[in-house]
Design a protein around this ligand. Structure first.
Ligand code: BGC
Length: 390
């Protein structure tokens, strides 16, 4: 485990801004902001400020007297296809063991029935808390309600859990804010690297079943749509709806194929200047398709600070990524598990978002953009990633 003092300080600062502002979030997420200047934009899309009017997620439906120290804790991950989920698998296993729990960590290979079965077996095996990164945000309603009925606490991890009363809270990085950062970085990168506009761009989204994916896209389009309307950005294919741009199952090879066909169909006589990418794997697939088509490398965004992409950012091949450190998300989740174990219930949070059934408490951390210019600062306390910057 590595400490990231700078990043943590930035996060504490941003969290204090959120607390002081006392506001709630936009789109399908709670408030997020990595600096106060984005706060107004957040409030402008606020749809969760009516949080108090809905039902509350009940934090006392499981025993408020805590549970035995060595109890099983279930961790249900959607897949292990991107670095963040592999890191979560390792960190939860190690850190829950160190903290004296009995971890049951499973990944569902993007399959909803598999995830439902894994959660059922965690309940049968006596898990007191189940932490869930859903494959599909809205397909776990009944199994999680079963968990609640059995007195198990359910914590959403990295992704919102929708359409169910069976969730006590969600730990995540602001997802609309992540998209805003990606949109803004794309604009900054175009200005820095591609001369004067207008710029030719294309847009990609993540897996449509993942509640983060439409939120990332919404946040990015908040920044990009006005520039498209003003003619400063030209989406040459004309594909600007999330459904047209989404990448089923976050599958990099599907994104690569879409990029190849966009280039073949629209860019035989043009250069592509920039591409909005929702994460690092898709960013690398897009860049590879552009290289294969003999295009100059466009400005491409990303997410996750995956090792391969951190190297590409450092080499100037991928313009940026967004860091959402797994260890911070895991640490926050274990802090909540400890509070439940000690009988102190779910910690207080001002941020809530409606999941279609209840207002869910959100424990939100701010994401941070990483370009070549600030990479050494952002990763100063992360020796593994620092090693990639040579
Ligand atoms: C996570 C990203 C990840 C993506 C695909 C999203 O929900 O927030 O970190 O890249 O899923 O696994």
């Amino acid at each position: 485990m590595h400490k990231r003092t700078l990043l943590s300080m930035m996060m504490v600062a941003a969290l204090s801004v959120m607390t002081l502002a006392g506001c709630s979030g936009g789109g399908r997420e709670g408030t997020s902001s990595s600096d106060s200047s984005t706060q107004e934009a957040t409030e402008a899309t606020d749809t969760a400020s009516d949080a108090d009017s809905g039902d509350e997620a009940s934090s006392d439906s499981a025993s408020s007297e805590g549970f035995e120290a060595g109890s099983p804790v279930g961790i249900s991950l959607p897949w292990l296809g991107t670095q963040n989920w592999k890191e979560a698998e390792t960190m939860f296993t190690e850190q829950l063991t160190e903290a004296g729990y009995e971890p049951i960590v499973q990944a569902a290979d993007q399959k909803v029935p598999q995830q439902q079965q894994q959660i059922e077996s965690m309940i049968e095996n006596g898990a007191k808390v189940i932490v869930v990164g859903p494959v599909d945000g809205s397909q776990l309603g009944s199994v999680l309600e079963q968990a609640k009925d059995a007195g198990v606490y359910v914590i959403g991890y990295d992704r919102l859990i929708e359409n169910t009363t069976g969730v006590d809270g969600v730990v995540q990085f602001g997802s609309v804010e992540t998209g805003r950062l990606q949109g803004k970085a794309l604009l900054d990168g175009l200005k820095a690297e591609k001369g004067d506009g207008p710029y030719n761009i294309e847009l990609f989204g993540g897996g449509p079943a993942d509640p983060n994916a439409p939120n990332f896209f919404t946040g990015a389009m908040e920044v990009l749509q006005p520039e498209i309307d003003a003619g400063n950005l030209v989406v040459v294919s004309g594909q600007t709806d999330f459904t047209q741009c989404a990448t089923e199952d976050w599958d990099n090879s599907k994104a690569q194929k879409r990029m190849e066909s966009l280039l073949a169909g629209n860019y035989s006589d043009k250069e592509i200047d920039g591409v909005l990418s929702p994460n690092d794997g898709i960013a690398r697939a897009i860049i590879t398709a552009c290289e294969d088509a003999g295009q100059p490398i466009p400005v491409v965004t990303g997410l996750d600070a995956e090792n391969e992409s951190v190297k590409w950012v450092w080499e100037g091949k991928q313009y940026c990524t967004v860091a959402k450190p797994t260890q911070d998300l895991v640490a926050k989740t274990i802090e909540i598990i400890d509070s439940l174990q000690a009988g102190e219930g779910m910690p207080e949070t001002d941020v809530k978002t409606n999941n279609g059934k209840i207002d869910v408490p959100i424990y939100e951390l701010p994401p941070v953009v990483v370009t070549k210019d600030n990479a050494k600062e952002v990763f100063a306390d992360d020796p593994d990633r620092m090693e990639l910057l040579q």
